[in-house]
Structure formats: structure tokens, C-alpha cells
Design a protein around this ligand. Structure first.
Ligand code: SAJ
Length: 451
């Protein structure tokens, strides 16, 4: 395994010998979402980057200097705009580049079947602008084999041959929205390629802006490494959710148990935490890419699918906790429930696949009045229509139950006495161990000892 890191002789020479902003490499990023835009900005600090996206709204917003991705500020975007970063809806920009990086979504359909339509569409567009010498890289998380079985055949519709006329690589995105510690530049980057020559090129490309580049033997290994990361997380979250369900019944506080178990020698226990469910575009989805592929080759991925079922059950478990808490206190149709947190994880505004949205819809199906407060999210859309955020006070006034779905930092400083004084029925359902002492409340916590 070779590593090209900042401070190494060859790396610094590259920087020193380059007169910025002269184009060092010409790169086209296909797909300017929460993966593509941060990557484009990282490369545009050093290279010429064309950002191609089919959405004219996104491109107009960027051209006007507005970033729609929380982790990319105007301050980061504007100096790059039209100096080294050129957002466009014109795919011809690819012909002016040496590298084309695909950063499009890999969703699931309702049956949890992989949907590669964005990867296919991007590959088809690239094949019409492909030229000799291009290196095409896929970053989207997907099942091992996608690059060779889906992308390359589409690119070769151009008449050019992969590994001969153009290069192919795979490097999984590891964007962690809202994580201030890990950025594109300091998150280790796994790279795989079709040929050794392609591997050398992909290493040179990423190591020009990323501190730690980790080459692996081939495309499939690189694809599999990312799936393993997210399956590992999904399975461990499912394990801790199941432990929480068991310990609730045994009167054992899982949060204390996790703390105690975390005291073991390093790396023998990696703490994960229970909650009202698993959201985002990665952890609830990616594992099904592998289980689907496994089925195709005759293996039923029971653990992976079971983990998904357990994590998908948690919004329902939270619903039952709320219904149980209200029982004997309020008729459901006359009840008001306040949801604190609708983002899919703490300290971000992202609500994709958020379990809080599922919970809100479940409550609304019981004709319970639901309102929400989230300092990061101004409005949401549910099956029952658009909901606007309410202030803390307004949302808890005459409420019968506060539900903490996520542990946003702001929630730690809430004045519980004030909240209780405004509520009709002082019930708290705590999905993320937000409340440490709930004096004067009927308190129910996921993985907690519930009276
Ligand atoms: N969650 C739990 N318990 C935990 C950790 C997370 O319930 O112990 C929940 C969160 O509340 C959230 C969901 O899981 O609803 C996903 O949270 P996350 O922290 O995994 O965040 P993502 O989905 O934004 O990012 C993940 C990360 N993957 C891993 O940590 C292995 C990130 O590094 C990846 O880059 C990203 O997926 C991706 O793009 O694949």
C-alpha cells in the first residue's frame, strides 16, 4: 500500500512548482449534491473544475454564489466561482477535462431494490463526450461489481475501450454531513482502478488535494470497502437498538451499559447508540445494495436484512411508547404531541429518510395533533402536507408530550421547568438520552428504565 501525503517530497514539489491558479488538472464532477459539491470545491482549490449537473436550479443557484449544501458556505464557494470552479448544465465541458468523477445518488425503490438510474444516465451522457485519455471515476456507494458490470459497458458504447483508450476508477465517497472534524481533504480516500496505469492516475489526482490516499487491488475491492463500512454501521446500530428493546423490559439503562462497555480496552467495543430510527441516504439504504447483489449470486444476507428490519421498527417502537404514555391521560384525537428534532441526525438540517418524519406521519395517522421544533429545519413535508417549524414555547404550549428524536446541541440547554409550565400533560419521550433529569415529568426513554 503506497501513501502520498502532504509534506512528502514529491507532493510539496508539485505544489511549489505549480503557479496557482494555472490549471493543474482539468476535472469534471458529474452531480453537484452533498457528495459532488464538496469534492468540486476541494479540487477547485488547486485545479480547474467543471461542475456538471442536470438540475438548472442547482446550477443557477451556484452561479449566483448560493450554496444549497450546509457543509459548503458561500465563503468557500464564492472565491472559487468562475475562477477555478465552473458550474454548468452543458455536458460538453467533459471534453475539456482529463478526469470525470461521477457523484450521483444511489437510492432504493419501495421494495428496497437498488436504483442505478442516475449512475446509468450519467454514464450514458459521459459516453457521448468520452475521448481518448479520459479517466472516469465512480464515487457513488453501490454493490461491488457496478463499475465493471454497469458503468464500463455504457462508456464503451462510445466505441472506445476501457483500460486501453480511457481509464476507469472507483473511489467511494465518505462525506459525513455536519461532521466539523472530517472534511474531504482529511478523510482517508480509498481508490481502486481497472489497470495499474489508471491506479497511478487516480492516486495522483486525489493525493493532489487529499492527505491520505489508500490504493486497493481492484475496483470491486474499493466498492466493497464502502459497503462494508456502512453495513458495519447499520448492523451495529441494529444490535444496540435490539439491546435497548430488551433492556427496557429488564429495567436496565442501556446508556449506562454502553458507557460501561466502552471502558474496555480500545477497539474491543465500538459504541453505537439506540434511537428512534436510522435516517439519511446511506445507512438505511446501502446495506440493501449488498443484500440484493448477494441474492443475485445465491446468498440470502439474513443479518444485513434483519438489521434493516430492526432499525426500520424503531419509529414504530417510539410510536407505541407515546401511545402508552398518553393512555389514561388524553384521548388520542384530543392530544397534541411536540416533536423536537426532524433532521435525520444531530446538528444538521438534512431530513432525508429521517425517522422523525416517519414518526410524525404515524402519529398523524392516529389523528393526533403534531407540531415540531428544530433549530436547523424551517419546514418539512409529510404525507399530510407541509409543516412549518414552531418556536420552542409555541410548540410546547398545551402539548401533552414532547418527543426528542435527535440530540441537537441546542436541546441540552432547554429550560425544562419552563416547558413543563407551558404543557397540558408533562410527558417526555426521549429517543436520544437528551434529558438527564426529568423531575416533574412522566419520562419514557428508549433503552431506559420506564416507570
Ligand atoms: N445512528 C444511530 N446510532 C448510532 C449512529 C447513528 O441511530 O450510533 C443514526 C443517526 O441518528 C442517523 C443514521 O444513523 O439517523 C446515520 O447516521 P450516520 O452518523 O451514520 O451518518 P450519515 O448517514 O450521514 O453518514 C454515514 C457515515 N458512515 C459511517 O460512519 C460508516 C459517513 O461516514 C459516510 O460517509 C456516509 O454514511 C455515506 O455517505 O455513506
Amino acid at each position: 500500500m503506497t501513501e502520498l501525503t502532504r509534506g512528502s517530497q514529491s507532493f510539496d514539489n508539485k505544489i511549489k512548482n505549480r503557479i496557482p491558479p494555472a490549471p493543474y488538472m482539468k476535472i469534471c464532477i458529474v452531480g453537484l449534491g452533498y457528495v459532488g459539491l464538496p469534492l468540486a470545491c476541494a479540487f477547485a482549490n488547486l485545479h480547474t473544475v467543471y461542475g456538471y449537473d442536470v438540475s438548472s436550479d442547482k446550477i443557477t443557484s451556484l452561479q449566483e454564489g448560493h450554496s444549497y449544501i450546509e457543509d459548503i458556505s458561500q465563503k468557500t464557494l464564492r472565491p472559487l466561482l468562475n475562477t477555478s470552479f465552473f458550474p454548468t448544465t452543458d455536458p460538453c465541458c467533459m471534453e475539456a477535462c482529463d478526469y470525470i468523477i461521477i457523484c450521483v445518488p444511489t437510492p432504493l425503490d419501495k421494495k428496497k431494490t437498488p436504483q442505478l438510474e442516475y449512475v446509468i444516465a450519467a454514464s450514458e451522457t459521459i459516453s457521448t463526450h468520452l475521448k481518448k485519455g479520459h479517466l472516469v471515476i465512480l464515487e457513488s456507494t453501490t454493490y461491488p461489481g457496478t463499475t465493471e458490470e454497469v458503468v464500463i459497458p455504457l462508456l464503451e458504447k462510445s466505441g472506445l475501450k476501457a483500460g486501453k483508450d480511457f481509464g476507469v476508477g472507483y473511489s467511494p465517497e465518505r462525506i459525513d454531513p455536519g461532521n466539523p472534524r472530517f472534511t474531504v481533504e482529511n478523510t482517508p480516500k480509498v481508490v481502486g482502478a481497472l489497470t495499474d496505469h489508471d491506479l497511478a492516475r487516480i492516486i495522483e489526482l486525489y493525493s493532489s488535494v487529499i492527505k491520505n490516499v489508500i490504493p486497493v487491488k481492484d475496483l470491486k475491492t474499493a466498492e466493497a470497502s464502502k459497503i462494508l463500512e456502512n453495513v458495519f454501521r447499520a448492523v451495529n446500530i441494529a444490535l444496540i437498538n435490539e439491546m435497548a428493546l430488551i433492556f427496557e423490559r429488564m429495567g436496565i439503562d442501556i446508556w449506562e451499559v454502553i458507557k460501561a462497555a466502552s471502558s474496555k480496552k480500545p477497539n474491543s467495543f465500538m459504541p453505537h447508540f439506540p434511537g428512534v430510527g436510522v435516517g439519511g441516504h446511506c445507512i438505511p439504504l446501502d446495506p440493501y445494495y449488498l443484500s440484493w447483489k448477494a441474492k443475485k449470486i445465491g446468498h440470502l444476507a439474513r443479518l444485513i436484512e434483519l438489521s434493516g428490519e430492526i432499525n426500520d421498527y424503531m419509529p414504530l417502537h417510539t410510536l407505541y411508547m407515546i401511545l402508552n404514555a398518553l393512555k389514561g391521560k388524553r384521548r388520542l384525537e384530543d392530544s397534541k404531541v411536540t416533536i423536537f428534532g426532524v433532521a435525520y441526525k444531530k446538528n444538521i438540517s438534512d431530513t432525508r429518510e429521517s425517522p422523525a418524519l416517519q414518526l410524525i406521519e404515524l402519529l398523524q395517522d392516529y389523528h393526533i395533533q403534531v407540531v415540531y421544533h428544530d433549530p436547523h429545519v424551517d419546514h418539512i413535508h409529510t404525507r399530510h402536507g407541509m409543516m412549518k417549524r414552531q418556536s420552542v414555547e409555541e410548540s410546547v404550549t398545551h402539548s401533552d408530550c414532547i418527543v426528542f428524536t435527535i440530540d441537537h446541541a441546542e436541546f441540552a440547554s432547554l429550560d425544562l421547568n419552563l416547558l413543563r409550565s407551558l404543557m397540558r400533560t408533562p410527558i417526555i419521550v426521549d429517543g436520544k438520552n437528551v434529558v438527564q433529569s426529568a423531575g416533574g415529568f412522566f419520562y419514557y426513554g428508549i433503552g431506559k428504565v420506564n416507570v
